[in-house]
Design a protein around this ligand. Structure first.
Ligand code: FAD
Ligand code: MLT
Ligand code: ZN
Length: 471
């Protein structure tokens, strides 16, 4: 493991006693109170942070979550809500000895309405499971990301996860219709709704979308699924400059209009990681930049015509050098793998500094080149990929192991740079533990102070996910 030691002063919380264990056992039962072999709960996906929790609770209902939180609040025991533990900012694992509250057993799909597209499920439902069920009814969950086989809907909502099709479906603030959340004192806030339109006062559900387990524990979610597209195509293109990438993005919006469903960038170093690590075949090779462009429409013939015109135009102008296009399911999946497996491949390099930033498109790739220059041969790989269509770059700097020297080369420079060009220091992964000291680069003191007031109102004892986001 390659975690960095973070010096954090433990908050003024109670420590677990025998009577606490007895109480929790009376709520969740012996089998769902875990005290041994907690590594999987204490270490994050990136293997960059490690907590030292001694207790994991696995409730199976909202009522159990409520009873646990009410007790923890009265006893001042700190709690770390955990979904699929795929988060990338160290928010999903304890920092000290917080109790891990795993939502994994709240995994029921409650209903999916094939007419309206409204789906409701418990928070621990795995994204891919909900999507597969929705597809049986001709629908899709309006969210897709590389971690779909293990992340939870509750985790997705709590991080306001973005992913591969924000360009098409927007973010979860738009598609989530309602949530049920348990507050720190155990009160259950039922904000479930089956309607897109409901202007009855303040929209409290938004407080739980993206608040990373610091304001409440999400226990149920309802969201609006989209109709499954009748026709889908994916192109994988090779380009020789970032300027051509930008022009190709502009043209993709012009030529593909309403059928454009994804527009991703992969640079050569990123592609190299997934191809080599997973022994994948890339249909084209040898370019500094690649774009994955997907369309989702209702008529394959019409869509293909549009796609061909777009490609011909790009090739005639010399913006696109080479490419492949397919509508075959298996081949489309092969192409998507090249992109989706990049983050998984990168952690195998050793240690990975991961940045998830929104940048103005004209400045989008410059930071990758600047970082390459700055870190030089301290890094094994500097690469950039991400959701170009949403102005969201994933800048990753890999090395064999964490050293202060490379760390100081990168931070706070990368955040200062992002702030100077008026970008966001976290586009979609959140703030969690790893970025809390940098929130100020994207939020004003006044905004941070209001966030603190909200936190104080909803969780006065600060038992929910301490040391994260604001602390
Ligand atoms: P966790 O990692 O368990 O938790 C994340 C945060 O939410 C923590 O702060 C936790 O305390 C809190 N939390 C979890 N469940 C609840 C709950 N029920 N109530 C309250 N708080 C809760 N993210 C993107 O945005 N876009 C991507 O494209 C993307 N791709 C990824 C690809 C890979 C390979 C991996 C490993 C991760 C990727 N991620 C991406 C990051 C991550 O998958 C998302 O943030 C995801 O939404 C986290 O869900 P989870 O269930 O794993 O939550
Ligand atoms: C992605 O888009 O692949 C994810 O956000 C993960 C990452 O940033 O590496
Ligand atoms: Zn992403």
């Amino acid at each position: 493991l390659t975690q960095v030691r973070h010096n954090v002063k433990r908050g003024n919380y109670a420590t677990l006693e025998g009577k606490d264990i007895a109480f929790f056992e009376s709520i969740v039962g012996k089998n769902h109170l875990v005290q041994d072999d907690l590594q999987g709960y204490n270490v994050d996906f990136m293997r960059s942070v490690r907590g030292s929790s001694q207790l994991v609770l696995r409730p199976s209902s909202t009522q159990e979550v409520s009873a646990i939180l009410k007790y923890c609040n009265e006893r001042k025991l700190a709690v770390c809500p955990q979904g699929g533990n795929t988060g990338l900012v160290g928010g999903s694992v304890p920092v000290c000895d917080e109790i891990v509250l795993s939502l994994a057993r709240l995994d029921k799909i409650l209903h999916i309405d094939e007419i309206t597209g409204i789906a409701a499920c418990e928070a621990g439902c795995i994204l891919e499971n909900l999507d597969l069920k929705a597809r049986e009814l001709g629908l899709v969950v309006p969210l897709d990301l590389g971690a779909k086989s293990s992340c939870h809907i509750g985790g997705n909502v709590s991080t306001n996860a973005g992913g591969l099709r924000v360009l098409r479906y927007g973010n979860l603030h738009g598609s989530v219709l309602g949530v049920e959340a348990v507050l720190a004192n155990g009160d259950v806030l039922d904000l479930m709704s089956d309607f897109k339109k409901d202007n009855t006062g303040y929209h409290l559900k938004h407080l739980f979308i993206g608040s990373e387990g610091t304001l409440g524990v999400v226990t149920k979610v309802s969201m609006l699924c989209a109709p499954q597209s009748q026709a889908q195509h994916v192109a994988f293109l090779g380009l020789s400059s970032f300027d051509d990438v930008l022009k190709t993005f502009r043209d993709s919006r012009q030529f593909l209009g309403e059928i454009l469903s994804s527009c991703e960038l992969i640079d050569a170093n990123s592609l190299d990681a997934s191809v080599n690590h997973f022994k994948l075949n890339s249909p084209i090779e040898g370019y500094p930049f690649y774009m994955l462009i997907e369309t989702s429409g209702s008529n394959a013939e019409h869509d293909m015509e549009k796609f061909n015109r777009f490609l011909e135009n790009g090739m005639e102008k010399g913006q696109i050098i080479d490419g492949t296009i397919t509508g075959e399911v298996g081949k489309m999946q092969e192409i998507w793998k090249l992109r989706e497996l990049v983050p998984v491949a990168l952690i195998e390099d050793g240690f990975c500094f991961k940045y998830d930033i929104s940048l103005p498109l004209r400045e989008f790739y410059h930071i990758v080149e600047v970082m390459q220059e700055r870190v030089g041969n301290l890094a094994t790989r500097v690469c950039g990929y991400g959701h170009l269509g949403d102005s969201n770059l994933h800048l990753n700097i890999c090395c064999q192991e964490f050293t202060q020297e490379i760390y100081k080369c990168i931070e706070p420079f990368v955040y200062e740079y992002t702030s100077q060009v008026k970008g966001s220091i976290s586009a979609e992964h959140g703030i969690g533990f790893l970025k809390k000291n940098y929130l100020k680069y994207s939020k004003s003191p006044a905004a941070i102070s209001k966030m603190r007031e909200l936190k104080q109102l909803l969780d006065p004892n600060s038992i929910l996910n301490p040391y994260k986001v604001l602390n």
